[in-house]
Ligand binder design. Structure first.
Ligand code: NAP
Length: 324
């Protein structure tokens, strides 16, 4: 399609939500265009395909009884979308003009893509502490992860002492989950007070396998191919200690990829996630839909993102039919 033509459906993002939206839109003969994003490595790696590109084994995505690696799963979703003639471009969207139709999306290559409907599926990235060894072992399957529900049940973490960093609800939830498999779970928190709700706090503080290390920051991750221990620095005294662990789970929040929506008029919630209009995938802007982690701060699973992508494509298809 030429630059001046108008796409029927443009999907921004290429994680499970984006590719699933593409599969459904393509099978509805809407010839979707997927803007898959440009890889970058700073401050933490971000790849087309999203967070699953940074995980190794995925054991909880239905349909794969033996498990599947994150990159293989994403390659399969892309291949399936392309089989039905989804087109893709490796560009970021730097600006969205939703003030008139067709919508105008400026890309990182400087051109403008025009679209009748847009599905926002740019995801959210887990926040990392930012230590070199943390990021190295996270990307090489070395026992550092930002998702206990995704990775915690892997055999490599069983019957091992594990550490969770963070003091919010996610950290409490991850620690409780990991305590089912681990020999011991340490929560590493930088203050002497947890941010999590009282109910979630109670679950971990009363748990015999969970111990909170107060006023501690992880200052290094030790291990060549696999984590062996973490270096802790006391945030009050500055004392440095070492804690042997077989896995490290970072639960210090997520950042939704919505910066490119600044000034677009798309309503965001107080945490900067896209706000959906009721139970559908519609945003506050007619013809703009959202799916996956960019609009979901709660579930954040590949399968829930894929389900949302399906809904967004069906909503876009119905919306286009209504316009006609
Ligand atoms: P959060 O509430 O923002 O908590 C993040 C935690 O990470 C805080 O304790 C913070 O410490 C710590 N932290 C941030 N940056 C850090 C750094 N660089 N180094 C060390 N620690 C750092 O995030 P969340 O726990 O992911 O929760 C996000 C939202 O989802 C919340 O609204 C939460 O209630 C909700 N949620 C609900 C449930 C549930 O109800 N089942 C489960 C999960 C999440 P400080 O406290 O010192 O700032």
């Amino acid at each position: 399609m030429s630059e001046t033509s108008v796409e029927r459906v443009v999907i921004i993002g290429s994680g499970p939500a984006g590719w699933t939206a593409a599969i459904y839109a393509a099978r509805a003969e809407l010839q979707p265009l997927c803007l898959i994003g440009v890889p970058r490595s700073n401050p933490a790696p971000v790849l087309p395909g999203g967070q699953l590109m940074l995980t190794t084994e995925v054991e909880n995505y239905p349909g794969f009884p033996e498990g599947v690696t994150g990159p293989d799963l994403m390659a399969s979703l892309q291949k399936q979308a392309e089989r039905f003639e989804t087109r893709s471009r490796m560009v970021d969207v730097t600006h969205c003009d939703f003030s008139s139709r067709p919508f105008a999306l400026t890309t990182s290559e400087g051109d403008v893509v025009k679209a009748e409907t847009v599905i926002l599926a740019t995801g959210a990235t887990a926040n990392w502490i930012g230590l070199e060894n943390e990021l190295r072992l996270a990307t090489s399957g070395g026992g550092v992860s930002a998702c206990a529900v995704c990775d915690g049940a892997l055999p490599v973490f069983r019957d091992q002492p594990l550490a969770v960093v963070g003091g919010g609800d996610s950290a409490m939830e991850e620690a409780s989950y990991l305590a089912k498999f681990a020999s011991k779970v340490y929560i590493i928190h930088r203050r002497d007070e947890l941010r999590a709700s009282k109910a979630m706090q109670a679950r971990v503080l009363e748990h015999e396998k969970i111990e909170v290390c107060w006023n501690k920051a992880v200052s290094d991750v030790i291990g060549q191919d696999k984590i062996e221990s973490i270096e802790l620095t006391d945030t009050v005294t500055g004392d440095v200690s070492t804690l042997p662990v077989g896995g490290l789970f970072i639960a210090i929040g997520h950042t939704p990829a919505t910066a490119f929506l600044k000034d677009s008029g798309v309503a965001l919630d107080d945490k900067q996630y896209v706000r959906l209009d009721g139970p559908s995938s519609a945003t506050n802007i007619d013809g703009v839909f959202a799916a996956g982690d960019v609009a979901d701060s709660i579930y954040r699973q590949a399968i829930t993102a894929a389900g949302m992508g399906c809904r967004a494509a069906l909503d876009a298809e119905r919306w286009l039919a209504e316009q006609e």
